[in-house]
Design a protein around this ligand. Structure first.
Ligand code: CA
Length: 239
């Protein structure tokens, strides 16, 4: 039984019905809102676990809905946008959304995004209980206190910028970080040249991190948007 409560914010009845039918079939609980005002009210009264938020709403801009909710809640938000709203999607991520879906999307894509978000929730809940000075994901381990990262037990020889990048992605595991967000955090700027540098540093980091940089396991590229660290499942222990 899936106990997650999803708030579906969508004014288009056909898209809403696709989403709610899918949620129902996969035993999610859900509530709905057809505009931004109602979305904010439902979030405060029902405390959903995840919000699916359409960016094109009749009464207010979806990005403003995120900004309002982020003043008091860290609830994961997955935005849904049309292909023509690419810049809105990036603004939404910069305003604090965690992930995005582009219309038209398939049921499989929707379910995959929900699973990634659920893993993120589980990690965030665990972080409060466990030692925060060491991060582990699959075979990657970061010892924050020592300032070192290891893959399969072997120290990774990272430059200071590569290490900062890796830590930033690790701190936000499961969340899509935009180019602007990353370059602001690493260089304090997000000029065209910083974004070009980011690509270079990301490529060198991946060479050190990924067994096969052409099919990365740890760091996912979102073309034109940014990057995300994925939760890598633990390899099964062999006895
Ligand atoms: Ca809409």
């Amino acid at each position: 039984m899936n106990k997650y409560l999803i708030l579906v914010v969508e004014d288009d009845p056909s898209v809403k019905s696709l989403i709610t039918t899918t949620l129902q079939m996969h035993e999610y609980r859900y509530i709905t809102a057809a505009n931004g005002t109602s979305a904010i009210m439902q979030t405060s009264s029902h405390r959903p676990d995840i919000i699916l938020l359409d960016l094109g709403l009749p009464d207010m801009d979806g990005v403003d809905v995120i900004k309002r909710i982020r003043t008091w809640s860290n609830v994961p938000i997955i935005v849904i946008s049309a292909r023509s709203e690419d810049t809105d999607k990036i603004d939404a991520l910069d305003a604090g959304a965690d992930d995005y879906l582009t219309k038209p999307f398939s049921v499989e894509e929707l379910l995959a995004r929900l699973r990634v978000t659920q893993r993120r929730i589980a990690i965030m809940q665990n972080e409060n209980k466990t030692d925060e000075s060491v991060f582990t994901n699959g075979m990657l381990r970061i010892d924050y206190a020592a300032g070192c990262a290891y893959m399969n037990g072997e120290a990774l020889h990272l430059t200071p910028i590569e290490y900062k990048l890796l830590c930033l992605l690790a701190h936000n595991i499961g969340k899509v970080l935009t180019h602007t967000y990353i370059t602001q955090k690493i260089w304090g700027n997000s000029l065209e040249s910083d974004i070009a540098s980011l690509r270079v540093f990301m490529a060198t980091l991946r060479k050190k991190l990924e067994a096969n940089p052409n099919s990365p396991q740890y760091i996912q590229t979102h073309i034109g948007v940014g990057y995300r660290m994925l939760k890598v499942e633990e390899p099964l222990q062999e006895f």
